[in-house]
Design a binder for this molecule. Structure first.
Ligand SMILES: CC(C)(COP(=O)(O)OP(=O)(O)OC[C@H]1O[C@@H](n2cnc3c(N)ncnc32)[C@H](O)[C@@H]1OP(=O)(O)O)[C@@H](O)C(=O)NCCC(=O)NCCS
Length: 182
């Protein structure tokens, strides 16, 4: 149901799966000609948002990106292939998995270089959160990703709660607490 009481459709993983290919150019790299971590993170966010956007069919914002392992360097001239799928939809949020490969265009081989899980929240044109359609996993892999996403959400919620309890509500840029400021 959406906030207005209308029932929402149920969507499959295939309906929103997305893929992006990027040729790595000198502007994307550090002084050694390796892809910058920040640039790779940007590509991951972008391809993740594509799947979330297709699933929700409304605007989405990135709520979080779980830690990323940069498994192997990516060099200038490499072809980067990024694939994203919605693993699970919750109320207004969705977990999206992104996997990244480098293609050796001469040998025609692929090497896994990075993976990440991101959470996107669906919002309307005013930036207000809106419910998302539920996801129906079909294959065994999709069912496994669905179950795992539920466990990761619980872990994230525990971490968020821990931060809320242990962190002061307001800090200065230097990390100092504003005592008694209301
Ligand atoms: C993400 C955002 C919309 C969450 O809003 P909020 O008022 O804190 O909302 P809530 O705490 O009620 O949580 C809303 C949903 O987001 C999820 N969520 C919130 N923070 C999250 C986090 N850090 N990681 C994963 N999920 C998160 C909640 O689990 C909840 O999911 P559900 O509706 O499916 O149950 C808000 O923090 C925001 O607008 N952040 C900035 C987003 C942005 O600009 N991103 C681009 C980066 S520059």
């Amino acid at each position: 149901m959406d906030f207005a009481g209308h029932s929402l459709p149920v969507r499959t993983v295939a309906e929103s799966q997305s893929e992006m290919t990027e040729l790595i150019l000198p502007n994307d790299t550090n002084t050694l000609g390796n892809l910058l971590g920040g640039r790779l993170t940007y590509f991951i966010d972008l391809v993740g948002a594509m799947a979330a956007y297709r699933h929700a069919r409304t605007h989405v914002v990135t709520a979080s990106m779980d830690h990323i392992d940069f498994i192997a360097p990516v060099h200038v001239g490499d072809l980067l292939i990024l694939k994203s799928s919605v693993n699970r939809a919750f109320n207004t949020s969705m977990e999206v998995g992104v996997k990244v490969w480098v293609e050796n265009t001469i040998a025609g081989t692929h090497r896994h270089v990075a993976s990440a899980y991101l959470t996107f929240v669906a919002v309307d044109s005013q930036g207000r959160r809106v419910p998302v359609p539920q996801l129906r996993p079909e294959s065994e892999d999709e069912k496994r990703h669905f179950e795992d996403a539920g466990r990761r959400r619980e872990q994230r919620q525990r971490e968020l709660e821990h931060k809320r309890v242990s962190k002061p509500a307001e800090t200065t840029m230097a990390g100092l607490v504003h005592p008694g400021r209301s």
